[in-house]
Design a protein around this ligand. Structure first.
Ligand SMILES: Cc1ncc(COP(=O)(O)O)c(C=O)c1O
Length: 267
């Protein structure tokens, strides 16, 4: 669906689409932290209208939902509690190994009905919560252990510190890289994601020249082995994604990464 300049879906657009699909079962997927600019949809405006049309509202909060742990960023999630379901990942901002994704479904009857299986050879105990009633798999390893351990070790404050620290580093990286000669700040992070672009110095350079320059500077940075940044296309332009989520990142890493970009620009 089309989004505005802030990457947010507007009420007008959603209403139009809901009217169009009014007779079909509808899922409205909203975003808590998109992967280019960390955009959050205005949940408090959009969820009530989606519910008026009988739609199920799901939130992709792969990393953005974690912002709710910080008093500084939780306003971005205003109204998110009205959604029918959320998904988020531990293997992003919580820094646990891959394969730790979580789904939260407000209607536990609907959740259970869509996952539960019965077979004559299985034994069920009505008194205990049985994971086969709530997950796609019947057999799986103890995936929850890493998540439990990380949350237990960090505590509420530790998770908030992790969020705030990485957002601060992302902001420093984007603003410092964006201020380097030959670089352009494209998106100043509101959480831990931002964008920069590298410009071709030719006076008659086109957007395609700047795109090529951006990809070649990214390749130079990767070649140096000093930092990892990925490329992306945002609003039709090649950009470098700056995304910070590693708990170990510190001021020295930020300094090294900015220096690596400076060197890559010079080569
Ligand atoms: C916003 C968002 N949603 C979903 C995904 C997919 O995540 P996964 O397949 O690891 O759960 C990503 C991965 O980068 C993401 O950034």
């Amino acid at each position: 669906m089309p989004v505005n300049g802030q990457g947010r879906l507007e009420l007008r657009e959603l209403s139009k689409a809901l009217q169009e699909y009014v007779s079909s079962p509808t899922v409205v997927l909203l975003q808590a932290g998109d992967l280019n600019i960390g955009a959050f949809d205005p949940f408090d405006e959009l969820i009530p209208i989606a519910h008026e049309y009988g739609a199920w509202v799901h939130i992709d909060g792969a990393f953005g939902l974690w912002s709710a742990a910080s008093p500084k960023y939780q306003h971005l999630l205003k109204g998110v509690e009205q959604a029918n379901s959320w998904a988020t990942d531990g293997h992003k901002w919580l820094n646990v190994p891959y394969d730790c994704g979580y789904a939260f479904v407000a209607d536990s009857k609907a959740h259970r009905a869509s996952m539960s299986h019965r077979a004559s050879y299985l034994i069920h105990d009505d008194d205990a919560r049985d994971q086969i009633d709530w997950n796609p798999e019947w057999s799986r390893r103890g995936r929850g252990v890493a998540t439990y351990a990380a949350i237990r070790q960090l505590g509420k404050q530790g998770v908030a510190d992790l969020i705030e620290r990485t957002c601060q580093y992302a902001h420093t990286l984007v603003t410092r890289i964006g201020a380097l000669p030959g670089a352009q700040l494209v998106w100043e992070p509101q959480i831990n994601q931002g964008l920069v672009r590298f410009l071709n110095a030719k006076p008659d350079a086109t957007d395609a020249d700047h795109d090529r320059r951006t990809d070649s500077v990214i390749a130079n940075i990767l070649e140096s082995g000093e930092a990892f940044f990925g490329g992306t296309t945002w609003q039709g332009k090649r950009c470098m994604r700056v995304s910070v989520c590693n708990w170990q990142t510190n001021n020295v890493d930020v300094e090294r990464a900015v220096n690596a970009v400076q060197l890559a620009l010079a080569s």
